[in-house]
Design a protein around this ligand. Structure first.
Ligand SMILES: Cc1cc2nc3c(=O)[nH]c(=O)nc-3n(C[C@H](O)[C@H](O)[C@H](O)COP(=O)(O)O)c2cc1C
Length: 154
């Protein structure tokens, strides 16, 4: 029996909003038994974690019009060691923002392009307080992403 594909959910949070989104993404993904779901903070994530995943969900607050420093730090630490080694890995983005969120999505996409990851779902951007509707969109993102991974359609 082949091992289950691993879906890594990496996020940073300062005041807890992105964490709530990440936990909803995790809950959705865990509905798909054929996928192993790992949730961890960006500062606790390194080269080996990224190299071991078959799918990646990235969560960040938008700070100063871009991703949080912690998520940028993850990219800074792992880009060269992983260059050319993660081509085609499917990914998607979720963002907690005060009123925008598009800058974080744009900048993550730019960097993800360097890793040659493949974006397979529309980003979820939650603005202002996290609502039940935002959490539902995140669960849907997690479940849809995990299903695609399980079916091997990405
Ligand atoms: C230093 C700082 C900069 C921020 N810059 C932006 C911004 O550029 N655009 C935006 O929409 N929200 C901005 N916000 C609001 C956060 O994105 C928002 O409060 C988010 O929900 C925080 O997520 P967290 O609770 O996971 O840390 C900023 C917040 C902080 C603390």
């Amino acid at each position: 029996m082949s091992p289950r594909p691993r879906l890594l959910i990496v996020y940073h949070t300062q005041s807890g909003n992105t964490e709530r989104l990440a936990e909803a993404v995790q809950a959705g993904a865990q509905a798909v038994a054929e996928v192993e779901v790992v949730l961890q903070r960006a500062f606790a994530t390194g080269v080996a974690d990224l190299a071991a995943c078959q799918g990646l969900l990235l969560g960040t607050p938008e700070n100063f019009g871009t991703m949080s420093g912690a998520v940028k730090d993850l990219f800074d630490r792992t880009y060269y060691p992983l260059e050319g080694k993660m081509e085609g890995v499917p990914f998607a983005i979720f963002v907690s923002a005060g009123n925008d969120g598009t800058g974080a999505v744009r900048e993550i996409r730019r960097i993800a392009n360097g890793y040659r990851w493949k974006e397979v779902a529309e980003p979820v951007i939650a603005r202002r307080e996290v609502t039940e509707a935002d959490l539902a969109r995140c669960r849907e993102l997690g479940e849809g992403f995990a299903s695609g991974l399980a079916l091997g359609i990405f």
